[in-house]
Structures are given as C-alpha cells and as structure tokens.
Ligand binder design. Structure first.
Ligand SMILES: NC(=O)c1ccc[n+]([C@@H]2O[C@H](COP(=O)([O-])OP(=O)(O)OC[C@H]3O[C@@H](n4cnc5c(N)ncnc54)[C@H](OP(=O)(O)O)[C@@H]3O)[C@@H](O)[C@H]2O)c1
Length: 286
C-alpha cells in the first residue's frame, strides 16, 4: 500500500494525523528524530504504526523515509527556511502530494509579514507552490493545544500568567488533522489553501475560564508585560530566538473576527469548541 509520511508525528497535531490516517485505513509512516518511534507507546504514536527516524535538517536522511511514499504531511518547526528547498526536492523525488501546515495570520498580499513566524510560513508556502508536487496548504488558526503550556500553572494554582494576545478563533488540533487526512488521502484538494478556524473567537481570559469550567474550579488569566513573559519563557528552557518570535507574534496579532466553515465543509463535521477540547483534555490540567 502507498505510504503517507507524517513529519512531526510526535507533536500535538501530527499524532492526531497519524490516528486519523489509521482510522481512515491509510498506511502512515511516522517520522521522528528519536529512535524507536513506535515503541514510545500509545501516548505518542499508536502501536503498530511504522516509525522511521529522520531529521529535517539532514535532508539526505529523508530518502529512506520517503521510499514508497505517495503523500507527505509536512510541518516546519523552525524559524528559517534553511534546508526547506532540499527537503522539498527529496519529497518531490518520491511523493506526489504534500500537505503543509501554515498559519491563518499569513497575508500573501503584503510584502512582508508582521512577525517572523508568519514570515516563515509565507516563505514556506512560496517554496511549496514552486515545487513539483501537488500541494495543499492548511492555514490554521491558534491551536487549542497551545493551552497545554498553561498546565503547570493550573495544576499549581488558580491563575495563569502570560503574555496577552488578541482573541482569535482557536482551533482543536483534531479538526486540523481531520482536514489533513482528507487532503492526504482524497483527490480534489491540490492547489487549495484552506483557512481553518474554530467556531468561536476567544481571548486568553475566556480560554482559561473554559479550562476552569472543565476542571471544576474557577481559573483566571493575568496578562504580564512582555519583558516578564520573556524571562519566564527563557527560564522554561525555550531558545531565545523562538521566545522573541513568539512574543512578536503575540504582539503583532490583530484582533480577528474571522471564523471559517472550512472544517465542516471538508469533513462534514463542525469544528469542535474550545470547551470540548478542554473537557477532553482535562487530565492534562489536573
Ligand atoms: N501552535 C500553533 O498555534 C500553530 C498555528 C499555526 C501553525 N502551526 C504549525 O504547526 C506545527 C506543528 O505544531 P505542533 O503543536 O504539533 O508542534 P509540536 O507539538 O511542537 O511538535 C513538533 C514536531 O516537530 C518534530 N520536529 C522538530 N524538529 C524536527 C526536526 N529537526 N526534524 C524532524 N522533525 C522535527 C517533532 O518531532 P520529534 O521531536 O519526535 O523529532 C514533533 O513531532 C508547528 O511547527 C507550526 O509550524 C502551529
């Protein structure tokens, strides 16, 4: 059977894509930099799924991972496009289709994007469109799973402190994955750029409150100034360039009322609410 290579298969989104492909009867191959991917247990990659070791920064390593692959699910977990042309060349030598996860904040009509993360995605979209493979771009809104970053504070107390950002239509990563599975396995999505959002525009205050409802105690969000947020994020071990990019992205994010019906249009099921995401992930916060 033709394989589907899932890059980022151990991540918040990628593991949902692996699950979705298994459920759809497709044959995923899960890429990770770590040895023994399928042996890391059900929490990361479902048992029985073929795992393969590879690093996007070493495109030559991807040749074996791509053998027999027809479709590729691609995330780009970096701040620059270094290695991307070589990775896309390797994909083009083996696969016919690539599905790339971009950001709903990208505006390709603008000369430059407003922050480094959007710029990265705009640059990646451009490279992918020039490549030989049939492509589909999924421009996703803020992932609900970003709220996992609040878990330690919620387990320890009732206040979540962090940098504020404009409200957006936060999306459940299972809904992005469901669209990705369709685009990877069905015809008719080539050349499409899908903007994917959740069903409600939510501030961080409202997200934290929804997690409180799920765990059964009142929680509140307290915005901290960017310099305080920066120090905390660095103390958590995040690389300085990533911290700066995340803070720039949070600051540049404009309030957006954008809600699309694309998840439902493509999958037939409405996008899940953040309240549902929190209820299904309650163990993360207890
Ligand atoms: N979070 C958001 O709000 C948002 C919004 C729009 C778009 N996105 C995009 O969605 C992507 C996926 O998000 P996520 O939350 O699922 O990410 P995540 O949980 O941080 O997972 C990152 C994945 O990338 C893999 N990875 C990292 N470095 C790699 C390398 N050098 N070579 C191969 N694989 C590597 C990791 O695999 P191993 O560690 O197992 O190697 C892991 O599976 C992000 O990278 C971002 O570009 C995110």
């Amino acid at each position: 059977m033709d394989k589907t290579l899932v890059i980022g298969s151990t991540g918040n989104l990628g593991r949902e894509v692996v699950d979705g492909l298994v459920a759809a009867g497709a044959a995923p191959r899960a890429l990770s930099r770590r040895q023994g991917v399928p042996d890391e247990g059900a929490e990361r990659v479902p048992g029985g799924v073929e795992g393969v070791v590879g690093d996007l920064r070493d495109p030559a390593m991807l040749e074996a991972a791509l053998t027999g692959v027809r479709s590729v699910f691609l995330v780009w977990p970096f701040l620059t496009t270094e290695h991307a042309p070589a990775v896309l060349d390797a994909i083009g030598r083996h696969a016919r289709r690539v599905v790339y996860v971009s950001s709903s904040g990208v505006d390709r009509t603008a000369g430059r994007q407003t922050d480094p993360i959007r710029q990265l995605h705009a640059d990646m979209e451009e490279l992918i469109e020039k490549s030989e493979v049939e492509w589909t771009v999924l421009r996703a809104d803020t992932f609900a799973s970003n709220a996992r970053g609040w878990a330690a504070q919620i387990r320890a107390g009732d206040v979540v402190r962090g940098p504020d950002s404009a409200a957006t239509a936060v999306i459940d990563e299972r809904d992005i994955a469901a669209v990705a599975v369709r685009a990877l396995t069905e015809d008719g999505h080539g050349g499409a750029t899908y903007v994917l959002t959740g069903p409600h525009v939510l501030s961080r205050t409202e997200q934290v409150r929804a997690i409180g409802d799920a765990v059964g105690r009142p929680l509140r969000f307290e915005a901290v100034p960017p310099d305080v947020a920066r120090e905390r994020m660095l103390a958590d071990g995040r690389p300085p360039a990533l911290v700066d990019a995340l803070l720039a992205g949070a600051e540049a994010r404009q309030a957006s009322e954008l809600i699309t019906t694309t998840v439902e249009d493509i999958t037939g099921a409405p996008a899940r609410t953040f309240a549902r995401w929190a209820a299904d992930r309650v163990d993360v916060f207890r």
